[in-house]
Design a protein around this ligand. Sequence first.
Ligand code: GLC
Length: 585
Amino acid sequence: MLKRAKFIFLTVMIGLCLGASPVLAQQALPQSSKAGRAHAKAQDPWWKHAVIYEIYPRSFQDSNGDGVGDINGITSRLDYLHDLGVDAIWISPMYPSPLVDFGYDISDYTAIDPLYGTLADFDRLVSEAKKRNIRVIMDFVPNHTSDQHPWFQESRSSRTNPKRDWYIWRDGKGSGEPPNNWQSWFGHSAWKLDPATNQYFYHHFYTEQPDLNWRNPQVRKAMYDAMRFWLKRGAAGFRIDAVSRLFEDPNLHDDPILPGKNAYGDPNIAHKYTDNLPEVHEVLREMRRVVNEYPGNPVLISEADEPNIAELTKMYGAKNDEVQLPMDFQIADVNKLSAPDFRRLLSEIDGNAAGGQPHYFFSNHDQPRQWDRYGDGVHNDQIAKLMAALLLATRATPLMYYGEEIGMRTTDPARKEDVQDPVGKIGWPQDKGRDGERTPMQWDASRNAGFSTAERPWLPVPASSAEYNVEAESKETGSILSFYKQLIALRRSNPALRNGRYLPLNREDPFVLSFLRKKPGSGDAILVVLNMSAEPRTVKFDLAAHGVKESSATPLIAAPEIGHEATVLTHFTIPAFGVFIGTVH
Ligand code: GLC
């Protein structure tokens, strides 16, 4: 969810996950039998080990020279993604849209916008991706449609139209005042008067994004059918947009006002009556039942800016029957290199009461890239590797954002007139919008960084692309890209990194975050040491309590690079912002 403008549940349960009965879960079924294999798959589904990669389709690869990325462009880059080691791609919306919110305002849930291609192009993408063992996850936007969606057009046509109740319509307070003080995430009142019927409609986001009424069963059915449409076409699941915003208080209580003003000049407000209402979980359970109708363990990923571990845990469902991968915004937005903060948050989610799989990310299309948020301006390349190790060496399912693997940075528009994202126009200059993190992928040093042959791509290509691009970094063993590739390959091949538990070490260390990844019953473990400070640090490890006898660690991956000699665990010096990943026995 929009961070820039501050956008924005026991191991026992694992047996229940994905419809496996608890009885079945307890029985050791012979792995050779069909039922045994199915059981094993349900216990260890693909999404627990996948590296997921978000693609913002407008910006990944343009195949037809119109300056905007498209589906055939993505297909043409699948070999790159395969080589990088990605298992699944989540593609931001490609549905027909007036593009007020660049695709998050949908006017048809079961089609592809001609700007991005055709349904046949989509089918080809899915089948070519499958050949490379890459799954395709769709973005699903249930909270609102575009105001151009035929459903809304009908709904606004009269107070008695059968689709009137598909959206949230209310009378104003009189004398031109909206029904209450609710505010849009993008600034100003969340209510807009429609003169045709003299009633207000509710929009949590832009005015052009009216909220659907999720209390209406017909709305639910229509949306679940849209999900089925894509699952039938081979989608491996959905990233569910802004899911905590689905319901609003039916009694229209005013939200509490907080001190100060936001970037749009409105009083700060707590979205108490429009966010995280308990009914959200009922919908998530229904959505889970929809994806469970299809083979291959389709996944649900939720976008919800949960404020604490208790709320995040609820997303998994009391019976592990909601979302498999709720995005962890707390970890994404620590926004400083703090070993104690990361240690606390990693432990909290690792021990979540639902036994749910953690899901980490740092960058996405709504928030400034990690390069800028975690870099110190001096050691950014090294810090990019540190963040990569934090993402890829823990137990969580990692979610990357295109370009982070080459150290792409946020490049905000220089002038208000260049801004594309409407929120940047409303909030300028305090909030420059989200263009900065949506600039074109940097493939090589040619014109437009190889993204497009157009005279002017939809967003300018940053000057940093001359140095930070796929082609240049592929040739360099010490590049950020080479580091990501090594790390992803190790994560895939090393059993402790792939499956091992997360065991925090040296819990009092203020600068160095260290942990073991270890499979129960196995002597082999991976030691991960991440120095989050600008000074070299000497640390000491005593791993006997974890069943590790050896007094040294053999490096597998390190940055800055080191030789192959083992490092003594009782006197371990790690360079500034250094990464060490090695084996211990
Ligand atoms: C989500 C999207 C964001 C969009 C908003 C409204 O948070 O990630 O890009 O603007 O929902 O749909």
